[in-house]
Design a protein. Structure first.
Length: 237
């Protein structure tokens, strides 16, 4: 069957929108999350709540939502010296990338996801990577993921498809996509229950959701929300 998908689901805004995108398109959708020792692992606690809220609040999607898988990848955090896996200030490294970049993270995520998908006959791997409005991570680039798809399919002798619905849209358009998919109720779910802050701060709630408000992830989310709201106001004075 080709109408079965596995969504890389972190508990953040982007992956939650991707989950809705997949539920709208495929007949059966499973989710996978990764515990790699991230500082913001509070996002992992958001995942079951989000899934439960989707089941209770979106009947057309709930019937399609299948199993969840949580993979222990703490070894990745153990070998990574980054601001996402260590108690370090967020800054730019000598190579020009922010030190929130975890080398090999998305490469490993998709390889483990592919192993699950191969065993469970899930033909589409869905991720929230984007190179339009992002922090410059090389493993989020479209070229990287196209090459990875080729390597995975050669290695598994399979025809898995990596889907990245956010690749060419900015954060404002991601907010709009969420609205288009699930309306005001889904938008509020993103605000109330997702987590994208790199510092794992859920003590402060903003118009766009919880977070410290100053880390790169929060700034991208806040700026996108402001742009999205301005566009909506302009369309509907």
């Amino acid at each position: 069957m080709t109408d079965r998908a596995l969504v890389l689901f972190s508990g953040g805004q982007d992956s939650t929108v991707c989950l809705a995108w997949a539920l709208q398109r495929f007949d059966h959708v499973e989710t996978v999350g990764f515990d790699y020792g991230q500082r913001h692992r509070v996002e992992l606690a958001c995942r079951p709540t989000l899934r439960d809220r989707i089941v209770s609040g979106f009947p057309a999607w709930s019937a399609k939502l299948g199993d969840d898988h949580l993979i222990d990848l703490t070894v990745l955090g153990a070998i990574s010296d980054t601001a996402l896996t260590q108690d370090a200030a967020i800054a730019f490294s000598a190579n020009g990338l922010p030190n929130t970049f975890v080398p090999g993270r998305n490469l490993l995520f998709f390889q483990f996801a592919a192993a699950i998908a191969y065993r469970r006959d899930l033909k589409h791997l869905v991720g929230g990577m984007c190179e339009t409005d992002y922090s410059g991570y090389p493993d989020c680039r479209d070229d990287t993921l196209k090459a990875l798809q080729v390597a995975i399919n050669l290695g598994l002798n399979s025809r898995l498809a990596i889907q990245t619905p956010l690749m060419w849209i900015d954060k404002a358009a991601t907010w709009q996509l969420g609205q288009d998919l699930g309306g005001a109720r889904f938008e509020q779910l993103i605000i109330d229950e997702t987590h994208s802050c790199y510092l794992g701060d859920r003590s402060q709630k903003h118009a766009w959701g919880f977070g410290c408000g100053t880390c790169p992830a929060c700034e991208l989310r806040a700026n996108g929300f402001t742009k999205y709201q301005a566009a909506r106001t302009g369309q509907h004075p």
